[in-house]
Design a protein. Structure first.
Lengths: 99, 497, 499
């Protein structure tokens, strides 16, 4: 199993929106490598014809009726927000790929 | 210490119902106990003294008015801080949710209140339930009442320690890979993980959605069954909730207390026993427990779960993968911590700073691992393969339960370890869940019940049962408990600060 | 960039165009896809939200049965197979308008797959193959503050409203459309129009493109003629009118050709269509490919739509637009040219309603494509938005047919209806426009006209019947146009030749 590089950890941290420090990068790269090599042996199990299990209970078709129910008041919804303006959640400038 | 805090929940409920004591008195006794010992134990992140007394007074009023309430009406309960409560802060042991006051109650909390239980407060835990020692709580570790230099297990160390230290007769835990059972084992308490889908997950802050399950932490098996009955049952707000009645767990526990296990077949999994790393004292206590079951009339046979060795690695891919997605919502936009919003930084940077400062090292480690395991190019080898292993483990269990009624195993390979002894190497910590994880992968119920001491510290014996046969494990666990006098849970040493 | 210098024919002499369309249909369910919040359009910000659609810790989704039913209906109408078993998946990426930072969608197991529809392009049917139709949830809405134009660029901060978050969407994805040539823009437009008409006929969406309940992502790529591999595509997001869909395709074909001609490469990117300039605009190129880390949604169990349910829904499908069109085309007996004109004017449904209200197809066509189209053009309005309704038009025509209005008077009455003065009958009465049918009054007016124009009368008497026009004009003037010119003429001639 190839080692997880520092660069790869940096990329994963970006995908996960974690502003990890340089020190953390080193630590995580080492630890992840260790964890990944300790779990990699699941690859030994020949499982080509085995269906994956995504749910522990074999339920299907759980649905609800299309009937409105009261949700949260705006006050309750906004109460825990770090910043609010004009009855909306306020966030810093969004830099986007989208023009 | 008031004599009230030494009683079981069942006894307290009966005394309150009979008017021998009141819910307020019982609640005050436990609040006093918390005042006295929690500075040393640190089981609680939040104690809701005033609201608990008010809630207790309401129960007393209802009883006085002749209302017929359930057997646990007026009994205090501590709730793990991963379960949302409308009138109390809920942090999941993380800085990222510090001071967050949820605008709604979890279904199980609503059921506790409806049954007249009094919520005392919120218990400490490893951050987002990731850990086996509570050392990963952002608010400092909980100490094991048996030895305050040792861990109380995790992630639900707070709930187990609160019950062991008699700060609460009942507590709610959650179990993704053993977080109810392993703390139960190392604190000498009873911890039960119900069948997946047996207790609503609505309002349980998700760690790994396909594995998480809430359940009782108590000092007796009957108390666990009573609490299970209150919180269990179908919930339309949880799509994975099983639409069937709660198995007859209380009845089964009472039957077990007769001490007769004639006709019950208990399987001991060969591969569990052969696994490396279990402490000899733990193995000895477990074997003594199995001997006892035989004496009570059970037939003990050896069974095989050939894929057992792959359960732990599969778990350490599935749980981080799901958590990497579940924890994405903690971004400082709608609730919780926000770091670095000083007008100079764009949102992405603020989000990344927030998450880096708000999450502790174990959470970050697992989020990064999960992000890795789900990535294009790695999915098939990791998450996909882990889900196939899950199928194989499930098949192993299904085959085993064709031969036996329940399976028995040690709950955890080692007794409570000293603080700091397993934090340097994450994989050493992960071993704590070696025996508990298979049930989570399979979805079946499992309970840890004290079975003896090793080095003066409690050891737990785990009983696993087939899906929706929770009653069977309560019966066997209660039978084992019936042979102990006094119960191990009643032998917790007095905590000194 | 100056794309005016090249034209489509020139582009198509060197390149083949490949189209792909992803149409998002917002369903008209009463509640959201995974929670019971109401879905009313235009509610006050953050008033239709709950722990689930706000992505609160601990909250869990539950599938809306009507959302699933609507998706199946759409799939059936598109000729798709309906999955025996399928799951939802999480599409993981961070964006502030998405509360959980993953979108609950479907990935490799869509509920509907492998369909096709025929769309009408200038009278020719073109078959568009459908890859899949899957269910997902909408995002919240961002309001960008501090920028000059309310756009994200230049904004100092943004404000989020989550009322729309979690509203059910069905995303319909075509297979690549190859060989469209110069028809590509028209095919794209006709396809989106066909989807709009189908979901409207099914009653599963209000299909208002102007309110964003139908949004198209338009994928365009070029490849040199004879090439076997598709070129790199661009995806122009959230195009929200039929006209813009057409313009997007044309613009991208021209733009990409110019880039390729100049030796440049097309980047796989998302672009935006600017209504004002008619151009698409790209953002900065992503440094890494997006990795959505899809995995099955563990909080939702699989769906296994029962076959009886699917067949019941199939049996209950209403007559679909294409079939209805074919039927009415033959029932109405209008020419192909007329039918095309009706389609181009977007008047099909209005004419159908007018015919249902009792008018003949020809008269309905005449009013909607004539007077009313003219009025709509002048006022820059849609036909369907006019004050005059199909019922009004049918009533107006019946007044003409009954001889109570002349065509000319009817036009005057219609202008009153358009001005909001009431129904045709009310306008006719209020403005006193009814045809004068009183023979006594008319005879008197004729006599007066003859008396006033003795020379003309003499000519008519001598057999120069054409000269009667002057007398008709005089009578019409005297009756303020309210007489029927034809009967007036007959009356005059009868009177003069009888003498
Ligand atoms: Mg989509
Ligand atoms: Zn909602």
């Amino acid at each position: 199993m190839a080692a997880i590089s520092r660069e790869e950890v940096a990329h994963l941290a970006h995908l996960a929106r974690l502003a990890v420090t340089e020190d953390e990068l080193d630590t995580f790269a080492g630890q992840l490598d260790q964890i990944v090599s300790s779990v990699a042996r699941i690859g030994e199990v020949a499982a080509d014809d085995i269906p994956p299990t995504s749910h522990a209970v074999p339920l299907t078709n759980v649905m609800r009726a299309d009937e409105p129910r009261p949700g949260l008041s705006r006050e309750a919804a906004l109460a825990g927000a770090p910043a609010v303006e004009n009855d909306r959640f306020r966030v810093p400038q969004i830099l986007s790929e989208e023009a | 210490m008031s004599e009230l805090t030494g009683r079981t929940a069942e006894e307290l409920g009966a005394a309150i119902a009979a008017g021998e004591t009141s819910a307020v008195e019982v609640t005050r006794a436990h609040l006093d106990r918390i005042d006295a010992v929690d500075p040393a134990v640190h089981a609680f992140l939040h104690v809701a003294g005033e609201s608990a007394v008010a809630q207790a007074a309401e129960v007393d009023r209802r009883i006085a008015a002749g209302e017929k309430l359930g057997p646990l009406a007026g009994v205090p309960v501590a709730v793990k801080d991963v379960v949302v409560t409308q009138d109390m802060p809920t942090t999941a042991g993380s800085k990222i949710l510090e001071h967050w006051l949820p605008p709604y109650d979890a279904t199980l909390v609503r059921r506790l209140r409806e049954a007249g239980l009094v919520v005392l407060g919120k218990t400490n835990m490893d951050e987002f339930a990731m850990g086996s020692s509570t050392e990963y709580s952002a608010y400092g570790p909980t100490r094991n009442p048996w030895d305050t230099g040792r861990i109380p297990g995790g992630s639900g160390g707070g709930s187990a320690a609160a019950v062991a230290a008699r700060e609460a007769p009942l507590a709610i835990g959650t179990d993704t890979g053993g977080s109810i059972r392993q703390p139960g084992a190392v604190t000498g308490t009873v911890g039960a993980k119900p069948t997946y889908g047996g207790v609503s997950r609505y309002g349980l802050i998700a760690f790994s959605s396909s594995l998480d399950q809430a359940g009782p932490v108590t000092r007796t098996v009957t108390d666990a069954a009573l609490l299970h009955e209150v919180i269990g049952g179908h919930d339309r707000c949880d799509s994975t909730s099983i639409d069937a009645p709660v198995p007859p767990v209380v009845e089964a526990a009472r039957r077990g207390l007769t001490g007769d296990l004639t006709g019950v077949k208990v399987g001991v999994v060969r591969e569990f026993a052969a696994a490396q790393g279990a402490e000899p004292g733990v193995v000895a206590a477990f074997e003594a427990g199995v001997q006892t079951l035989t004496k009570l009339g059970a037939e003990v046979v050896e069974v095989s779960c050939p894929h057992f060795e792959y359960a732990l690695p599969a778990y350490y891919l599935i749980a981080p993968s799901e958590c990497s997605s579940n924890l994405a919502r903690f971004d400082g936009v709608r609730y919780g911590l926000r770091v670095g919003d000083d007008g100079s930084r764009a949102l992405e940077e603020v989000m990344s700073l927030t998450r880096d400062r708000g999450f502790g090292p174990e959470v970050k480690r697992r989020v990064i691992l999960g992000t890795y395991a789900l990535s294009a190019g790695y999915y098939d080898a990791f998450y996909g393969q882990a889900q196939k292993v899950r199928t194989l483990v499930t098949r192993d269990f299904t085959a085993a339960f064709e031969q036996v009624d329940v399976l028995a195993a040690p709950t955890t390979p080692f007794v409570a370890f000293p603080f700091g002894s397993r934090t340097a190497d994450p994989t050493q910590m992960y071993l704590a869940d070696l025996y508990t994880i298979p049930s989570n992968l399979y979805g079946g119920p499992a309970i840890s019940v004290p079975c003896g001491l090793s080095e003066g510290l409690p050891v737990g014996l785990q009983i696993m049962a087939p899906t929706m046969a929770d009653d069977r494990m309560y019966r066997v666990a209660a039978a084992l408990e019936s042979t102990q006098s006094p119960r191990l849970a009643d032998q917790t040493p007095e905590v000194t600060a | 960039m100056s794309v005016a210098t090249t034209d489509l024919a020139d582009v198509l002499s060197r390149y083949e165009v490949v189209l792909g369309l992803e149409v998002h249909v917002e369903l008209g369910t009463r509640t959201k896809m995974f929670c019971s919040c109401p879905t009313t359009f235009g509610a006050e910000p953050n008033t239709q939200i709950c722990p689930v659609c706000l992505g609160m810790p601990g909250a869990l989704p539950v599938v809306n049965a009507v959302g699933v039913e609507s998706a199946i209906k759409i799939g059936l109408a598109l000729g798709c197979d309906i999955a025996q078993w399928c799951r939802f998946a999480r599409k993981n990426y961070f964006y502030p308008d998405m509360p959980k930072n993953f979108q609950t969608s479907q990935y490799d197991e869509p509920i509907c797959f492998d369909g096709a529809i025929d769309v009408d392009v200038d009278g020719k049917p073109v078959t568009v193959a459908i890859e899949r139709a899957h269910m997902e949830e909408d995002t919240g809405k961002s309001l960008h503050v501090g920028g000059a134009t309310g756009r994200i660029h230049g904004a100092t901060h943004s404000l989020l409203d989550f009322n729309r978050a979690g509203i059910p969407l069905v995303e319909i994805v075509t297979k690549p459309i190859v060989g469209a040539g110069a028809d590509a823009p028209a095919i794209a437009r006709a396809y989106v129009a066909a989807i709009r008409d189908i979901v409207r006929a099914l009653g599963v969406s209000d299909a208002r493109m102007d309110q964003g309940s139908i949004r198209a992502d338009v994928n365009v790529s070029l490849m040199p003629i004879g090439a076997t591999e598709f070129g790199t595509r661009t995806e122009t997001k959230n195009v929200n009118s039929l006209r813009s869909v057409e313009r997007t395709v044309r613009f991208e074909m021209l733009r990409q050709a110019e880039v390729l001609d100049g030796g440049g490469v097309i980047h796989q990117e998302t672009r935006h269509f600017n209504e004002a300039t008619g151009e698409t605009m790209g953002g900065r190129v992503k440094e890494t490919a997006t990795d959505y880390r899809y995995f099955p949604e563990p909080d939702l169990v699989p769906l296994a739509p029962e076959r009886e349910w699917v067949e019941k829904l199939r049996a209950e499908l209403p007559e679909l637009p294409a079939a209805k069109r074919a039927r009415l085309r033959s029932e109405w007996g209008l020419s192909e040219l007329d039918m095309q004109a009706i389609d181009n004017a977007g008047a099909f449904d209005l004419i159908e309603a007018t015919v249902s209200a009792g008018a003949s197809p020809e008269s309905a066509r005449k009013w909607w494509l004539g007077e009313l189209s003219r009025y709509a053009n002048e006022h820059d309005a849609e036909l369907a938005e006019l004050t005059a309704t199909p019922a009004h038009v049918a009533e107006l025509q019946s007044l003409v047919d009954g001889g109570r209005l002349t065509d000319k008077l009817a036009r005057t009455v219609l202008s009153g209806v358009l001005a909001g003065e009431g129904t045709p009958a009310e306008v006719m009465a209020a403005r006193n426009l009814e045809v004068v049918n009183d023979t006594g009054a008319l005879t008197a007016a004729v006599d007066e006209a003859i008396a006033a124009n003795p020379d003309v009368a003499a000519k008519v008497r001598d057999g120069k019947v054409a000269a009667a026009g002057v007398l008709v004009g005089a009578v019409m003037k005297a009756t303020r146009g309210q007489a029927d010119a034809k009967s007036v003429r007959e009356l005059i001639i009868a009177r003069l030749t009888a003498e």
